[in-house]
Design a protein around this ligand. Structure first.
Ligand SMILES: *Cc1c(COP(=O)(O)O)cnc(C)c1O
Length: 525
């Protein structure tokens, strides 16, 4: 029994572990792999790898057509495989099983035990043309071969597994996390301080204070200004609920202001009319990664001594007239929720400010109101940045400019590919803005949003809605005296916005498939 696989095939075959038949008796052990039964090719070549010096790595190539079956006869080895979208790591340790590697997988082999003996069966003789020895060349080849037929809205694990970037990053954060585990600092310590310093520099502020999450960053920044019961805080009517919750959680009252229809950002021309005697602060939200027009807000605030707190949770690296979000107001709150442009691998957040007194107050409030151990000057809380998350964030911060740039490239594929469609409104970009495309939200007119979302879902394209219920219609705020109908643009957006997949790790081909499918939807009808 034997069969030959089609040597031209390039398909979605996955690498897998295949058990061998072991025949054991008093004379010893024989391990058997039958072509046809165990391995799906007829071997035309056998070789082995051994005498690998300590720490040496092998692999670093892919085959276009060759299949392989690898068995660690002795010792052990780690084999990492990627096809540019999926990645696997196998640790071969025992001669009773082997690893089947189909064509089209890049492999790196490391952690050879010094006595390792790795046997390899290959489907074809040596042919130099079958090799790809350059990773970026392989990724380009793989992307052009692999037929894209589904696009996840977001696939966070690609950050640590896909392609050269993902592989490198995955290794870097494993190393960084490992170092924290060995450091003995499990609260605070050098990794937290290093990230805070790096993030302050990135944000062009004097200080960044790491805290537990974005909601608490907002709350602490409000508390540090003494905002609480009896105070009012102006926020946009279209935002993630956290902006409003932070105000309510410190005991103050949110005053909603409607947003601009084309950007979804707080409408600066309506802020002045919303300021009352109890107004103490304004929280502009750089929604979707597009900066708010801050100058008019700062001018309004200056005349009235209002506190301007940026909600920069979606705007890491976005700039307004060339200056970064987070440095524009009196203070800013960042979230490092995993899906954000700069995301931890858990909850995390930060407050940035250039006011040293305010920075010290935030830090105290976040640490039981204490700057000196067991001396509690303020009624604080516990909201601290975890050192493992800080180490991960430092790794990611180095890549953030490139990742934001990648988001811009993909956003422009959408802006060009979807221009001029009747019934579809693309996001506006203001002249002063360098957005970072946290979300690519289009508007679907004529009540067809759900229909388009369903159509994309049927074509295995993920979408999302940011956000389906405006703040003033949230059940948790039923006791506020907000009247349905008072924020028409926010209500319109909640009915029309649809977020298309956009992440640094989406391929151009994936985004083109989304474009084609959306265009197809509107052509159809
Ligand atoms: C994510 C987000 C927050 C809250 O951040 P968490 O870290 O989830 O608490 C606040 N505001 C906006 C605009 C956000 O997008």
């Amino acid at each position: 029994m034997s069969f030959k696989i089609n040597s031209q095939s390039f398909g979605p075959e996955e690498p897998k572990i295949i058990p061998l038949t072991l025949v054991v008796d008093e004379r010893g052990c024989i391990g058997v792999a039958e072509a046809g039964a165990h391995i799906p090719f007829n071997p035309e070549r056998f070789y082995f790898i051994t005498a690998i010096p300590e720490g040496a790595e092998r692999g670093g190539h892919a085959h276009k057509q060759l299949w392989q079956f690898l068995v660690a006869i002795r010792g052990s080895v780690t084999i990492e495989l990627t096809d540019g979208r999926r990645s696997y790591s196998f640790h071969l340790t025992n001669f009773d099983r082997g690893l089947l590697v189909p064509p089209g997988w890049w492999r790196d082999m490391r952690n050879f035990r010094s006595d390792a003996l790795l046997a390899v069966l290959a489907s074809r003789p040596y042919e130099e043309e079958d090799y790809i020895r350059d990773l970026s060349e392989f990724l380009a080849w793989s992307a052009s071969n692999a037929e894209v037929n589904s696009v996840p809205y977001l696939s966070l694990q690609r950050q640590v597994s896909v392609g050269q970037e993902g592989q490198g990053f995955g290794a870097a954060i494993r190393r960084a996390s490992q170092e924290v585990l060995q450091s003995g600092y499990y609260i605070g310590g050098p990794d937290v301080a290093a990230f805070e310093e790096a993030f302050a520099e990135f944000s062009q502020t004097e200080k960044a204070i790491g805290v537990g999450n974005g909601l608490e960053a907002l709350e602490l920044a409000l508390l540090a200004e003494g905002i609480g019961p009896g105070d009012e805080v102006i926020i946009p009517a279209h935002t993630f609920v956290a902006t409003a919750l932070a105000v309510v959680n410190v005991g103050a009252r949110p005053t909603l202001v409607d947003v601009e229809a084309d950007t979804g950002l707080i409408d600066c021309t309506r802020i002045e009319g919303a300021i009352g005697p109890a107004t103490r602060a304004i929280i502009p939200v750089h929604l979707y990664g597009h900066p708010v027009d801050m100058d008019p807000i700062l001018r309004l605030a200056e005349g009235r001594s209002l506190y301007v707190l940026e909600d920069a949770a979606q705007a890491h690296g976005a700039t307004y007239h060339g200056r970064p979000c987070g440095s524009l107001g009196h203070a800013a709150a960042f979230s490092f929720y995993p899906t954000k442009n700069l995301g931890a691998m858990g909850d995390a957040g930060a407050v940035t400010t250039s006011d040293l007194v305010r920075a010290a107050t935030v830090r105290k409030l976040a640490n039981y109101g204490s700057a000196t151990r067991y001396v509690h000057e303020l009624v604080g809380r516990n909201s601290r940045l975890d050192p493992v998350q800080a180490a991960i964030l430092s790794c990611k911060l180095l890549r953030l400019p490139a990742w934001n740039e990648r988001r811009r490239v993909l956003a422009h594929l959408y802006l060009e590919g979807l221009a001029g469609i009747d019934g579809l409104v693309l996001p506006a970009i203001r002249s002063w803005a360098m957005p970072v495309w946290h979300v690519f939200a289009v508007r679907v007119k004529n009540g067809r949003r759900e229909e388009l979302a369903r159509f994309l879902d049927q074509h295995q394209i993920g979408t999302n809605i940011h956000y389906p219920i405006p703040v003033h219609e949230q059940p948790c705020f039923a006791t506020q005296d907000w009247i349905k109908g008072s924020f028409p643009n926010a209500e319109m957006l909640s009915r029309e916005v649809l977020s298309l997949p956009l992440d640094p790790f989406h391929t151009d081909e994936e985004i083109r498939l989304v474009v084609r499918t959306v265009v197809g939807f509107f052509l159809r009808s």
